[in-house]
Design a protein around this ligand. Structure first.
Ligand code: BJW
Ligand code: ZN
Length: 251
């Protein structure tokens, strides 16, 4: 642990790479958790595909609206805040997230690199025009969980969630920014992700190849266990604030 703190303090470029586990303590289910209520018999990975939306748009749109409602009511947790605090303590910092919520931003982080899109940025599947959600928190879809997606005012096509589904490319600019950050950092923190989904998970390998120290924070084992320089087994809402306190409170 002393070596870890020494390396973190000495780092000139820190990258934090987050996944769904960071928002778990805010009440947002992780991707590979069992889904709740109406969606409990569905695998999230099967709903997050272009094919699922094409086959049953109102079911998939209902699922995303339910999740958007959860996020709107959720608050950032101490893990989000610790990451924001880190940003002001290191010379060069990047936050890369796979999460589609805005809890990092609401927790005080800025210039967040979103690799898998954002729930708050739906767009037209036909002409790609952005769509603005109504202000109000969506009512939980009742009964079947279905909600008809809105249609585009310009071309009439369906509005789709502003997220990256399986089989779709990551947003070019975000992916480039993330790769550049991973290849140039000297300390890479991988937090709350199963590190199963590509190409995002390859960022840790890029950082490793560039010689960075890799710290993993996760209560459960992952494929990164064998290659990370350090692993702290625990929830990010506890581990990250402690890490910031240990590294910088005495400065
Ligand atoms: C805690 C905690 C606490 C719990 N504290 N931790 C190479 C090999 C094999 C397959 C592929 C490959 N390259 C590409 C693929 C295919 C595919 C893929 O990776 N499949 C895998 C399943 C194998 N990838 C893609 O399709 C990607 N696109 C692509 O490659 O395009 C190529 C292309 C190029 C050009 C033209 C066309 C195509 C796109 C991937 C998009 C992923 N999208 C999703 C859905 C987003 C929308 C939505 O949210 O609905 O993104 S899938 C889902 O997984 C979501 C997440 O961001 C992502 C990662 O999940 P994450 O965050 O790691 O969550 P979990 O649930 O897996 O893990 C949570 C972790 O938290 C656990 O470890 C817990 O222990 C931990 N935890 N509590 C800290 N308190
Ligand atoms: Zn349109």
């Amino acid at each position: 642990m002393a070596n870890l703190i020494t390396a973190l303090r000495a780092a000139s470029h820190v990258v934090v790479f987050t996944g769904a586990g960071v928002s778990a303590e805010s009440g947002i289910p992780t991707f590979r958790d069992k889904q709740a209520g109406l969606w409990e018999n569905f695998d999230a990975a099967e709903l997050a595909t272009p094919l699922a939306f094409a086959r049953d748009p109102s079911f998939v749109w209902g699922w995303y609206e339910w999740r958007r409602g959860l996020v709107l009511k959720a608050e950032p947790n101490p893990g989000h805040r610790a990451i924001a605090a880190m940003q002001s303590r290191v010379p060069h910092f990047n936050l890369i997230t796979q999460n589609v919520d805005d809890l990092h931003e609401r927790g005080g982080s800025c210039e967040v690199i979103h690799l898998h899109g954002e729930l708050s940025k739906p767009y037209c599947e036909g002409c790609h025009l952005p769509y603005s959600h109504p202000e109000a928190i969506p009512d939980m879809p009742s009964g079947s969980g279905r909600l008809q997606p809105p249609t585009c005012g310009a071309c009439g096509a369906k509005i789709r969630p502003g997220v990256v589904w399986f089989g779709e490319p990551l947003p070019k600019a975000s992916w480039k920014a993330a790769r550049d950050a991973a290849r140039h950092c000297d300390f890479f923190i991988c937090c709350g992700t199963s590190a199963l989904v590509q190409p995002a998970a390859s960022l840790a390998d890029m950082a490793m190849d560039a010689g960075a120290t890799i710290l993993q924070v996760n209560p459960n084992p992952t494929d990164l266990d064998s290659s990370a320089t350090f692993t702290i087994r625990g929830p990010s809402g506890i581990v990250l604030p402690q890490l910031v306190a240990d590294a910088w409170s005495a400065l």
